[in-house]
Design a protein around this ligand. Structure first.
Ligand SMILES: [Zn+2]
Length: 273
């Protein structure tokens, strides 16, 4: 097999595996006509199927399909011998029906058993193209060919990819408040890190205990109370004396961060109490 085609087939089988859950050994439903073509053209069917699908294969044949071969008598004995090696797929058709109908029925609306269909019947292949996730294989001039994905297959693939991009409603329910808080926490961490010197100085500038007390007081007041304003004022004074070179804008930018950090700490204290 040419390199380019091998790559295309590998990609295609990856699609069937990833999106539709196909697993090795791939179950390949072979129809009677395929068995006949394979023996006529002396193709090592199972081996070739393995190289086209690029994995282990488990060839299967339905009861109705093998019955079709039996009906053709001695002329097709080699095809019957080939088919006898395959696993028999019970289709539960009491009276054998045409192979195409049987295979189509076994695949069903969704191909839930994940069959690869190997058939020489053009009408059957075109019917199966309307069902998503049905890999189709046929023999073309002594070469086994894996069809490109059908439009139905591609549509389902696209929609499943789109779904994967957005969280479902059930996923939203799983997101607890703790995971929502986490990013904020990270942000705080980031705010702390770049300016460690200023934080250190402030702690050194005042007694730890009084600081804690004041935090508690601030918490006791409501957020927008006058006290908060007062506090900020005091801080401003403090900052300007410690850092006379800092502009007012700098301080104003810093105070909100400081305030937020404090609130968190205070909140912890209140829960402890
Ligand atoms: Zn059947």
């Amino acid at each position: 097999m040419r390199q380019k085609r091998a790559k295309a087939y590998r990609k295609l089988m990856a699609l069937y595996s990833n999106t539709f859950g196909f697993r090795q050994p791939y179950q390949v439903l072979v129809d009677s006509e395929m068995c006949k073509s394979a023996t006529d053209l002396r193709i090592e069917l199972v081996k070739q199927l393995g190289s086209v699908l690029q994995g282990d294969v488990k060839p299967m044949i339905t009861q109705c399909c093998i019955h079709e071969l039996y009906l053709q008598g001695k002329a097709q004995q080699s095809a019957v011998d080939l088919a006898k090696n395959f696993e028999r797929r019970k289709c539960n058709h009491r009276e054998p029906i045409p192979g195409d109908e049987c295979v189509f029925g076994v695949v069903g609306d969704t191909n839930k058993h994940r069959y690869v269909i190997a058939t020489q019947s053009q009408p059957l292949r075109s019917r199966l193209r309307s069902i998503p996730a049905v890999p189709l294989v046929h023999i073309n001039r002594a070469v086994i060919v894996l069809e490109p994905p059908s439009d139905a297959t591609l549509r389902v693939k696209m929609s499943s990819e789109e779904k994967a991009l957005y969280p479902a409603a059930s996923d939203f329910a799983l997101i607890s408040t703790s995971s929502l808080v986490e990013p904020i926490h990270k942000k705080r961490k980031g705010a702390k890190a770049p300016n460690p010197l200023s934080i250190k100085k402030k702690i050194m500038g005042e007694d730890k205990e009084t600081r804690g007390e004041r935090q508690f007081h601030v918490q006791a007041q409501s957020r927008d109370s006058v006290r908060v304003g007062e506090k900020r004022k005091r801080e401003d004074n403090h900052m300007t004396t410690d850092y006379p070179l800092l502009g007012v804008g700098d301080i104003k930018n810093k105070t909100p961060l400081k305030k937020r950090r404090r609130r968190k700490k205070v909140a912890n204290i209140s829960t402890d109490l």
